[in-house]
Each structure stands twice: as C-alpha cells, then as structure tokens.
Design a protein. Structure first.
Length: 182
C-alpha cells in the first residue's frame, strides 16, 4: 500500500473492543439488543464487538450514501439500504467505525428515533471531534483520534485497505501516486 504509519495496533484495538463489549454487556444486562451496523465501514468492528457482548443480540444493517472515492463528505446523506426489521420498542445500538463530521450518525439517529425504539445509543470505534459539523456525541467510543485520514479495520480509502488488521494513517499524496485508481 501507499505510505502509512500505524496509529492503532491490532492488540490495542482488540483490548479496547473487549472493554467496550464489557460496558455494553453491563449496561444492557437482562435486555435484548438490536445492533445496527452502518455499512460498509462498521463490518469488522461490529463482528468483533458483538462477540464480546454477553446479552441476546440481533444484528441488522443499514447502508447510507457513501463518500465514494472522495475523502471529504458531500454533506448529503440518503438511505441506500434500510433495516430488515422494525425497531419499535427495541433497545437499539448503532455501531459505526468512525464519527467524523457527524453528518452520517446525526442522520441515522434522527431516522431511527422516529421509529420509536425503547432506547437508542451509538457506539463508535473512532471519534475525530476536530471535524465535527453537528453536535453529535457518541455514547460509547473506542478512541479519540487526530485529524488524519485513517484506513484499516473496516475503514477504506477508495474502497481499499478495509482488510488491514490495524488502523493506519494514510499519507494521501504519496498513496495517490502509487494507487493508480484516482
Ligand atoms: C465513513 C465512515 C462513517 C462516515 C463518517 O463512511 O465509515 O460511516 O464516513 O463520516 P461523517 O461523520 O463525516 O458522516 P463512508 O461514507 O466512507 O462509507 P463506507 O462506510 O462504505 O466506507
Ligand atoms: Mn461508513
Ligand atoms: Mg468510506
């Protein structure tokens, strides 16, 4: 891949994911949880996280309009694929890889609230608060990160690098010269 520097190792991620799972298990003890993954970035975090949660879990996914090959948000969010199941009366936990401007999660929360869940919380692995354009604050957060473009562990650049087991800072100028897909 292009020039990159490891920001969070596989080990750091694994141990933090386990802590998040323990908090969630504690907070939802005795309740069933509907875990909503936002495609595509959340898929690896969600897969690891749900295996550390020890309450009954149902999993569903939602897909929103993507940034595509861009690294900047267009500012517009649309539903491309909705949930399969109704969430009325359910305890819903939205799982995301990262909150950046906050536009995606602000929209998701607004949409899901209208469906009258019993409770609605959001768990993100990464929070990049410096770029926020909304007042969004996650209920659970793995790591607060600086304003760098990160890839790996589900996070992509132009669809690539999601399979990296650690999270890396991508140096875009150098990466562009080598990637050949921009
Ligand atoms: C990324 C990331 C979050 C969103 C965060 O998704 O996975 O879903 O952007 O940005 P925001 O807080 O500025 O809205 P992306 O649109 O790149 O789609 P992907 O998950 O398919 O990579
Ligand atoms: Mn995403
Ligand atoms: Mg993306």
């Amino acid at each position: 891949m292009g020039a990159s520097k490891v920001l969070l190792t596989k080990k750091q991620i694994q141990s933090r994911v386990r802590e998040l799972g323990q908090s969630i298990t504690y907070d939802y003890a005795g309740h069933e949880l509907v875990v909503v993954g936002i495609l595509t970035g959340s898929f690896i975090f969600l897969a690891d996280l749900v295996r550390t949660i020890d309450v009954p879990v149902v999993i569903d996914f939602m897909s929103l309009s993507s940034y595509g090959a861009l690294t900047e948000s267009s500012g517009e969010v649309r539903i491309l694929k909705d949930l399969e199941m109704p969430v009325e009366g359910k305890n819903v936990l939205v799982v995301e890889d990262i909150v950046d401007t906050g536009l995606t999660l602000t929209y998701v929360v607004e949409v899901l609230k209208k469906r009258r869940p019993q409770s609605l919380k959001v768990c993100v692995l990464l929070d990049k608060p410096s770029r926020r354009k909304t007042a969004f604050v996650p209920d659970y957060c793995g790591f607060v990160i600086p304003d760098e473009f990160v890839v790996g562990y589900g996070l992509d650049y132009a669809g690539k690098y999601r399979n990296l087991p650690d999270i890396r800072i991508l140096e875009l100028k150098k990466a562009k010269g080598q990637g050949g897909d921009e």
